[in-house]
Design a protein around this ligand. Structure first.
Ligand code: TIU
Length: 223
């Protein structure tokens, strides 16, 4: 592997040093990826997110081999829901609201089975897990401080959903000066069209928020 690593990406090659790059795995929780959780209560077909898991397992394994910083996030709320604004709690017409008891525990509540990350992508010992109340990874969390403490300059971003939590995180990371590569096959949406267009938005206008590439381009760059 030659450093800096150069990935064939859109709209231009993405260059990074694994020592100053974090792999960010956003919200790969049972609540979004499995039946009986938050995603399904919103009326979504959660099976659409399953295709993200196999390539993301490979990317995780590679990042661990390289000794990269790995950060997982989980969207959810404290049990008394004091960090869930009414604007979020009362929005829409879900079959179960945040905090209601569901088949995998209380919907989107920290400490519940459904809130945790799917078994296939379980964090390894020492990897950071950031609990976030919102869609973005910076709001109400120590994510920004953790990146600064580790001298991270670039992010390889994965997880769900592309146009919601992935986009919110990438947009703010870009404003904060981080260079973000979004891995197209390691992100997913309940809406295939939103996924496609969300990725196009990242890379449009000369890479207005960042870069996009499939995980195969990352692996090719690392040989
Ligand atoms: N993690 C994340 O994207 N939260 C969402 O609520 N996404 C939806 O697409 N609903």
């Amino acid at each position: 592997m030659r450093v800096p690593v150069q990935v064939d990406a859109s709209p231009a090659p993405f260059t990074f040093d694994p020592a100053t790059t974090a792999l960010v795995v956003i919200d790969m929780q049972r609540d979004f990826c499995e039946p009986g959780g938050f995603g399904e209560t919103l009326g979504n077909d959660v099976s659409l997110l399953r295709s993200v898991i196999p390539p993301l397992q490979q990317v995780l394994a590679t990042a661990r081999e390289l000794g990269m910083t790995v950060i997982h996030t989980r969207e959810g709320h404290v049990p008394d829901l004091s960090d869930c604004p009414p604007a979020k709690l009362n929005r829409g017409n879900p079959s179960l609201r945040i905090g209601d008891p569901g088949p995998k525990g209380r919907i989107l509540v920290r400490g519940e089975y459904g809130h945790d990350i799917v078994d296939e992508l379980a964090p390894a010992r020492g990897e950071l897990v950031i609990d976030k109340p919102g869609k973005g990874s910076f709001h109400g969390t120590t994510f920004g401080a953790e990146l600064e403490a580790r001298n991270i300059r670039s992010l390889v971003v994965t997880g769900v959903t592309t146009e919601v939590c992935v986009h919110t995180t990438v947009r703010e990371a870009n404003d904060r000066g981080y260079e973000c590569l979004v891995l197209s096959d390691c992100t997913g949406s309940y809406f295939p069209e939103f996924h496609r267009v969300a990725l196009e938005m990242v890379a449009a206008q000369g890479g207005i928020f960042g870069w996009v590439a499939p995980s195969t381009a990352l692996f090719d760059a690392l040989v």
